[in-house]
Ligand binder design. Structure first.
Ligand SMILES: [Zn+2]
Length: 213
């Protein structure tokens, strides 16, 4: 039995400025300035062109804008979309560590003091705490199921209001992959992240399984 329940989010639920900003930095790093402007236009978020949200933890953007930008990248890049979203997710995680380590929950973790087998879980628990301390409606569970790390988001913002046949939170998966690289000092390619359940396809949660390759 789990003490957690899927969270019903209102359509216009707000989200944190810095999180959308980190994604925009990630998009620009991977797709260039023109690519960023194109996907902002595609997702009807032209108001952010040359006018990004501020780098703070206030709730000045919408969760569905964050999700809409994910969708626009997928549409804009076609078949390459999944890989592109993962790259952007890895980049936005790195921006998060650099610019907002509190919200990433990593500021207080003394990784070097931990045995390496505990570092990955410690980083996931740090992210969970950082997000849950910042976002009042956030609900995240981290589990170790026979050596497979499981990260479950009961109020996922990445796919908020989306409907799809397949899991769509590839950017989120990329961030988790980079988090494992951050935890261990290894290359991100050493880790596999699969989204086994996704709210966009009618599951109550977005659930990620994280394995060493
Ligand atoms: Zn999802």
């Amino acid at each position: 039995m789990s003490a957690y329940e899927p969270v019903e989010l209102p359509e216009d639920v707000p989200y944190v400025n810095a999180m959308l900003l980190q994604m925009m930095w990630g998009i620009e790093e991977v797709m260039g300035k023109h690519g960023l402007n194109a996907v902002l236009q595609e997702s009807k978020l032209d108001r952010y062109i040359d006018n990004p949200p501020p780098n703070n933890l206030e709730f000045g953007v919408l969760a569905r804008e964050y999700a809409g930008l994910n969708e626009a990248i997928e549409q804009f890049t076609g078949r390459a979309g999944k890989g592109m979203l993962k790259r952007i997710g890895r980049s936005s995680f790195r921006w998060g560590v650099k610019e907002q380590s509190a919200v990433m929950g990593l500021a207080g973790i003394a990784l070097k003091a931990l045995p390496s087998r505990l570092r990955k879980r410690a980083v996931l628990l740090g992210m969970r705490k950082g997000i849950m301390d910042t976002v009042d409606y956030a609900s995240i569970e981290v589990k170790d199921e026979d050596g497979v790390l499981v990260f479950i988001d009961y109020a996922c913002v990445s796919c908020h209001t989306r409907h799809a046949e397949e899991s769509v939170c590839h950017l989120y998966a990329g961030s988790l992959q980079e988090a494992m690289a951050y935890a261990t000092g290894k290359d991100f390619q050493e880790f596999e992240v699969f989204e086994t359940l996704c709210r966009a396809k009618g599951d109550g949660v977005c659930r990620f399984e994280i394995r060493d390759k």
